[in-house]
Unconditional design. Sequence first.
Length: 462
Amino acid sequence: MKSIRVFLVVLLVAIVTLANFAAAVRGYLGSMDEAERLFNKRLLQQVDLLDYLLPARYQEYLQRPAPEIFPALQKSEQSGSSPQIADLQFQWVSSDGKLLARSAAMPDEIITDLKTGYQFVNFNHYRWHVLVAAAANNSGWYLLAERDDQRYRLAESMILQAVSPMVIAIPLIGFVIWWVLGIGLKPITTLAKEFHAREATDLRPIEQQDMPNELIQLAQSANELLRRLESSFIREQRFSADAAHELRTPIAALNIHCENLLHEINPAPESAYNLQQGIKRMRYLVEQILLLNKTSPDHFMSQFMPVNLTALTKQVAVSASEALGEKSLNIEFEGNECWVEGDTAALETLINNLLGNAIKYTPPNGQIILHTWLRDDEVILEVMDNGPGIPMEQRNRVFDRFYRLHGDRHDSGTPGCGLGLSIVKQVVDLHQAHIRLTDSSFPSGLLVVVTFAANKKRENNL
């Protein structure tokens, strides 16, 4: 069972139900014994009533040839399916064994031996509880009989009336336990909500003021974990900064030496040009790895602010003018002013990578189109080209790190490391946006659609 609250409610209700059941069984057995004593006492009271009415007429009844027939001492009364009063029948027998009188339901034969005490006797298709008692003034014997089934039904109906509230109360007890446990477990819910509301970069320790003792140990362990995570992130940030310096500097030096070599050797061998391309590819790979690390959700420490996505897109397009001119690419921009909540540097990296991919894979004299649209509560960024595009079955995999179509030997011959779209996907996830790859409106090519939530306050002020 995954829910502590449900587990405790089920367990406590089961314990309460078991305790109630045990108490009900014990009470039932005790009540049945007590009811038995009360019914027997009632029989003795009827003996006193008969002693008051019959002994004075003992001689009169001895002279009669047939027993006198009386109505029942008490006739059963029904309430629903259970009797309220049980049938009470009797026989009056003389000292020499002659039946002097009886109630209507009793047979003409004496129903049992004349031995003082309680007995069980079967007649008239029922089992009867019989009391044999001596009559006053040596006037014979009384045999008082009460149907055993009516006695038990009457006793059970009274006991069930007492037990029923216990059974009915179980759902109410379950609700009360659920409510009380909800109050008791509220600190856990509050702690969970606090963790859920935190940003990935919020590693502040948990406040332990007014926290229940049971949660203090958990909070202390969580704080220790947060402290270790923060230390780990700081170390990795330092590594990124150190790596940027330690890797960029020698690569820049290698690139300068390679260019000097190309100028000194004329004509330069093909291997020197291959070396230059390899250095450029190494520099690009290092930059992409550092960008990937910088935009990772676990290491992203920036605070979001309103960003003019339209102006930022135009700025990136202008900065790429040299690369566009080298391939004689035609670029168009269309759209209205759109604002999003985000990090300017990360969004610039996203646009740079998308536009950079379009420039790389679009053939000379090709076409690239940039759009920024505001549609209801969403901002749409579109980058479209007429390059080779990406096959449908490969579009989900291109976001994997170091994955390139056809491996390192892309059909276009364009060098790359397979990290550009991985970085784009990380920036998209950081901004809780969505990215979709689809077919371009050109005969060939790719359309990349990134959907952001619009900055409503800023849009309303425009």
